[in-house]
Design a protein around this ligand. Structure first.
Ligand SMILES: NC(=O)c1ccc[n+]([C@@H]2O[C@H](COP(=O)([O-])OP(=O)(O)OC[C@H]3O[C@@H](n4cnc5c(N)ncnc54)[C@H](OP(=O)(O)O)[C@@H]3O)[C@@H](O)[C@H]2O)c1
Length: 325
């Protein structure tokens, strides 16, 4: 039996239950991993509260990202062995001291990446990797707006887009978060709880507006995010921390300037093994070279997962958060 955080019924943070669970031997093509760090992500809240249905039904072990060492390999696994350092994004099951995972989804960790970094960055970092390279290609001279710029995805995207030569504008919920975003590559910050962020974007860009808006806030920033774009700009709606956008009228894209809109998700961008490995390697390069730092600003014990979710949903965190067994 090993410690795990399980969800027996969907709901608020209180449904996260710390308990012992059985971990079987790894089956065909599987490995057993001892967890060293599990990432905490907003998607964990969507599964916990039922806005994303669990693919394995109820109960399930929470968590979509973790890093650790291989402690047992199942039949048919040839490219991993006991002692290898690995990380995973999905499937569910990250919040556990040990877990069974398909070897095919493992990414081997380079020596210069710690378990804590890997647990904190694989999901958020590979998300940024596709957002700035594949969803909209950020380059020298691009102007991008990142909502919740001091958050987990936010701080990584600010650094990465800055590194690629963009002017980065970020919205943040407090002055402290503004300072943090600025220290992580964000050129201009907007306190969107008090300021009209469309007017501020207009002022900052001298009316040029943005090439792309990266919006993981959702309901509260819609449809104003569209007004931050110039004609033919990209609205990248990649999350809904404030709630889902309902009733999106596609005609808005025409009236607001023949805009492009997409609602991407990491799973589709790394579904093929080659894409997973390429994305992870690009992330390892950026972190290894120091171009992108991974601020692990909150570390919780596995048993404190409820508090971790309350803090994340209560806008009380910055950068990345991890759980350690
Ligand atoms: N599509 C994908 O592939 C993908 C992958 C990873 C993450 N995501 C999305 O990216 C977003 C950020 O994820 P994260 O894990 O890095 O979280 P996070 O940004 O660390 O936390 C969410 C932040 O959103 C802001 N926010 C604004 N309104 C909020 C509200 N009503 N309730 C809670 N927070 C609110 C808060 O920042 P302020 O206080 O500064 O406003 C809060 O800190 C989420 O929407 C997540 O679903 C998408």
């Amino acid at each position: 039996m090993v410690a795990a955080v399980r969800v027996h019924k969907t709901g608020g943070p209180e449904v996260l239950t710390y308990e012992d669970t059985d971990i079987p031997a790894p089956g065909q093509g599987q490995i057993k991993m001892k967890t060293h760090a599990a990432g905490i992500n907003f998607i964990d809240c969507y599964f916990r509260n039922g806005s994303y249905p669990s693919p394995v039904g109820l109960p399930f072990t929470a968590g979509n990202e973790s890093a650790g060492e291989v402690i047992e390999v199942g039949p048919g696994v040839t490219d991993l062995k006991k002692g290898d350092r690995v990380a995973f994004v999905g499937p569910l099951g990250g919040y556990a001291a040990e877990r069974i995972v398909p070897a095919e989804r493992a990414v081997k960790l380079p020596d210069n990446i710690t378990y804590e970094q890997a647990g904190a960055m694989m999901l958020k970092g590979m998300t940024v990797q596709y957002l700035v390279n594949r969803t909209f290609k950020v380059g020298k001279g691009s102007i991008v707006l990142m909502h919740a710029a001091a958050g987990g995805v936010g701080l990584i995207l600010c650094q990465w887009a800055n590194h690629l030569g963009a002017t980065v504008i970020g919205t943040v919920g407090s002055k402290e978060k503004a300072e943090l975003a600025k220290a992580n590559g964000c050129h201009h910050t907007i306190l969107y709880r008090n300021e009209d962020f469309v007017a501020k974007v207009k002022e900052i860009t001298s009316g040029k507006m943005c090439d792309a808006v990266y919006d993981g806030v959702g309901k509260d920033t819609f449809p104003s995010s569209l007004d931050c774009l110039h004609p033919l700009g990209y609205f990248v709606s990649f999350g809904s921390a404030s709630g889902q956008i309902d009733g999106f009228n596609i005609n808005l894209l025409q009236t607001k300037g023949s805009l492009f809109a997409t609602r991407p998700t990491l799973n589709h961008y790394v579904a093929k093994r080659d894409d997973l490995v390429a994305s992870a390697n690009d992330l390892f390069d950026k972190v290894g070279s120091g171009a992108v730092k991974i601020p692990v600003n909150q570390t919780y014990k596995l048993k404190d997962a409820q508090k971790a979710h309350k803090d994340l949903e209560g806008r009380g965190t910055t950068g990345a958060s991890i759980l350690v067994p």
